[in-house]
Design a protein around this ligand. Structure first.
Ligand code: AP5
Length: 220
């Protein structure tokens, strides 16, 4: 299965991508997560990306496309992948098309998740992430066993993401509307776009996504 998940900040892309990756036994490729590892490790790419991310802006397309192609060429992505948060602009979608042609593979579906902004703001206010391993919690629906401490990697600190401050969230919504929302019109003519309501519990959304996917994925 080769999928793209599209949706505004905090809509639940990462949450559903992790479930889908486990279900199909394929990797979740989240450009935001890859960038945060670069920022944490203070690589050149991380230093370049950090200022864009902290302001809620998109990292330049050429940087993202090079990073995405390298990840898609890794052996674990040969049998399928869930793209979480990539592509995010029409030029990135065009670039992805070229990368997939080079790899001789085709997409099976583009899943767009939508939720009202006020619901998302409540979710993001309650999100906490592990500084070390990136595990994601929500103080309402899945809090850590011990407040402020990561269950997954045994003790690292949980923080609110720098870009989850109200002013930056508003900027991210604007950027989504201007630069990412047009992807729905870009992908609609392919017949692969599936639109799913994300205002439900995690299991129900997961079920609706599975229902919307093709029974038989493309072989190539
Ligand atoms: P990225 O990390 O991709 O951020 P995003 O797209 O803004 O999405 P989020 O990670 O904030 O949210 P999500 O939709 O994954 O929601 P989640 O599942 O965590 O990107 C960050 C930055 O990196 C960008 O701003 C940009 O600068 C840069 N970047 C990344 N990719 C790029 C690209 N391709 N091009 C250029 N720049 C790029 O859920 C949110 C919370 O809600 C969690 O606490 C979760 O537990 C909870 N939750 C989830 N589902 C539900 C539910 N159904 N009910 C209740 N709570 C729920």
């Amino acid at each position: 299965m080769r999928l793209i998940l599209i949706g505004p900040p905090g809509v639940g892309k990462g949450t559903q991508a992790r479930r889908l990756a486990e279900h199909f036994g394929i990797p979740q490729i989240a450009t935001g997560d890859i960038l945060r590892v670069h920022v944490r490790d203070k690589t050149d790419l991380g230093k370049q990306a950090q200022s864009y991310m902290n302001k809620g802006q998109l990292v330049p397309d050429d940087v993202i496309l090079a990073m995405a192609e390298a990840r898609l060429r890794e052996p674990d992505a040969a049998g399928g992948f869930i793209l979480d948060g990539f592509p995010r602009t029409v030029p990135q979608a065009l670039g992805l098309g070229i990368i997939l042609e080079r790899l001789d593979v085709a997409l099976d579906a583009i899943v767009a998740i939508a939720v009202k902004q006020d619901v998302i703001l409540t979710r993001l206010a309650a999100r906490r992430s592990c500084v070390q391993c990136g595990a994601v919690y929500n103080l309402v629906i899945n809090p850590p066993k011990t407040m402020g401490v990561c269950d997954a990697c045994g003790g690292a600190e949980l923080i609110q993401r720098e870009d989850d401050r109200p002013k930056t969230i508003r900027k991210r919504f604007d950027v989504y509307q201007e630069q990412t929302f047009p992807l729905l019109s870009y992908y609609r003519p392919t017949g692969l776009l599936r639109e799913v309501d994300g205002d439900a519990v995690v299991d129900e959304i997961f079920y609706h996504i599975l229902e919307a996917l093709p029974d038989k994925p493309n072989r190539s």
